[in-house]
Ligand binder design. Structure first.
Ligand code: FAD
Length: 455
């Protein structure tokens, strides 16, 4: 029998990366002892288990840059404190295009890094001080962004890529972490600080503060009274808000990845997380093209697909596994159903990635045994910014809509939400990460004009 608490100062609903980080910050930073973290499933087992585990401070808007920089600061501190438990790497993000001197992308970089003047370095000849990526300790890697504008320089450092690449934007404060280790570390610390983790589904919420949560547990239905609540329910963030009579502007879009052993060594182990920014039309035989075009369900495969197919080495430097992904789906679906894994996806992403990494084409139609195909829901707003802050109901807060960046941003999301819960000040930029930004017509127009930009 579990000892089910009847009351808590704060109940956090959802024990994914984000809810755990909120509880961790409440306990560790604010000294709140009476926190209950409620989840219907094992902690970290829903969306947070599907993450590609990449992080970067590259965003088209300085608010998101500040947000992820704050999160990376916290991850670095945890990595140090835990003796390297996060397996943090800093190979960077390489954004690749066949366009010469893409002025729009360079302008976007300048805007995103507006608060760090001098951090963008243009390399226009082979004789430059560009430091190639190494899989060494993250603390030894450079910061800022290197923009490689010379084909010979690109060839020299990235010989495995197709030779039509004209520009590489190498974001340096970027790499990978172990998201499960980050979650586990925070769970251990918050439990040691007195917080409780409860396996239960929240079915209903009555009243305002104090809230009465109706919980479905293994031992039947129970009540939990909570002074304040945090909605960190990932793809179900809307359901929890609806229990308070609120409607959140969040939709769920299913995204997929594959991972497999790169037996041909098509992807060098020191290669950064690489994103092919260019849209493309997949290469097919004439016969396949006709077949695909004839079926409305597969016609999109012969039409131009958006850029963003990405690839990186996975696991130990001496290993052989790689991960490929492509957030090429835009259609919102109901997260209550079975995950809509598309059996066509492994072939699609492999074809898309082979354009930049020609060596990968050897796997077409014969992915190695043991290959994994998985996916999860990006819970996202239209403008693809998170929702972190107060809900309309006094005493209720949200930390959600972290789309494809919730592993990298969990720490900052947790710290900001905990500050809101405790009535403490948050940085000025952080106010726009909550529902209040929807009242700022100028900002919303700017974000909509900039497009969604999810990877
Ligand atoms: C394919 C894919 C690749 C990704 N790659 C990256 C990446 O490279 N880098 C990155 O930073 N991010 C990435 N992300 C995004 C990241 O994984 C998510 O943003 C993050 O995991 C969201 O965490 P969460 O805690 O909000 O949600 P979840 O992990 O989904 O946690 C929510 C929890 O709430 C619980 N819950 C919901 N309703 C209830 C209820 N009524 N009662 C009790 N419990 C409830 C659920 O059981 C669940 O455990 C990726 C996501 C996907 C799908």
């Amino acid at each position: 029998m579990t000892d089910i608490p009847r009351a808590a100062e704060v109940a956090v609903i959802g024990a994914g990366s984000v809810g755990i980080a909120v509880a961790y910050s409440l306990v560790r930073r604010h000294g709140v002892r009476d926190v209950v973290l409620v989840d219907a499933l094992e902690p970290m087992s829903l969306t947070s288990a599907q993450s590609g585990e990449n992080y970067r401070n590259w965003w088209p808007h300085p608010t998101m840059t500040a947000f992820t920089d704050a999160s990376i600061d916290e991850m670095e501190a945890i990595d140090r404190e835990s003796g390297g438990r996060l397996n943090m790497t800093r190979g960077g993000y390489a954004l690749v295009t066949r366009r010469e001197r893409p002025a729009d992308l360079i302008r976007e970089l300048e805007r995103g890094y507006a608060n760090s003047p001098g951090s963008i370095r243009l390399h226009e000849s082979c004789a430059t001080s560009y430091q190639p990526p190494l899989r060494g300790p993250w603390s030894a890697a450079p910061g800022g962004v290197d923009v490689l504008l010379e084909r010979g320089l690109i060839r020299r450092h990235f010989p495995s890529w197709a030779d039509d690449v004209a520009t590489v934007i190498h974001v340096r404060r970027a790499g990978s972490i172990s998201a499960p280790q980050l979650g586990q570390f925070m769970l251990e610390r918050l439990r040691a600080g007195g917080a409780r983790v409860l396996r239960a589904r929240v079915r209903a919420i009555d009243g305002g503060a104090p809230f009465r949560l109706e919980l479905e547990t293994e031992e039947g239905v129970r009540q939990l009274q909570a002074g304040r609540i945090v909605d960190a329910a990932g793809p179900f963030v809307r359901d929890i808000a609806a229990m308070l009579g609120e409607d959140l502007p969040v939709r769920c879009v299913f995204q997929q990845k594959i991972a497999f052993e790169d037996r041909q060594g098509a992807v060098p182990r020191q290669m950064p997380f690489t994103i092919d920014l260019d849209p493309q039309t997949l290469a097919w035989s004439e016969e396949d093209r006709e077949l695909l075009a004839g079926d409305p369900a597969t016609r999109y495969l012969v039409e131009p697909l958006r850029g963003g197919v990405h690839c990186r080495p996975d696991g130990a430097p001496q290993g052989r596994w790689i991960k490929l992904g492509w957030a090429c789906n835009d259609a919102a679906t109901d997260p209550h159903g079975e995950p809509p894994l598309d059996p066509q996806f492994p072939d699609t992403v492999l074809r898309g990635a082979s354009r930049l990494h020609p060596g990968l084409a050897a796997n077409l139609g014969r992915l190695p045994r043991g290959a994994r195909h998985y996916g999860g829901w990006y819970a996202m707003t239209d403008e693809n910014w998170p929702l972190i802050g107060p809900l309309a109901t006094p005493g209720a807060f949200v930390a959600g809509a972290l789309s494809g960046f919730g592993s990298m941003a969990a720490c900052a999301a947790g710290s900001l939400c905990a500050a809101w819960v405790q009535g403490e000040r948050v940085p000025v930029w952080a106010r726009a990460l909550g529902l209040e930004r929807h009242g700022d017509a100028a900002l919303m127009a700017e974000l909509v004009a900039a497009g969604r930009g999810s990877l």
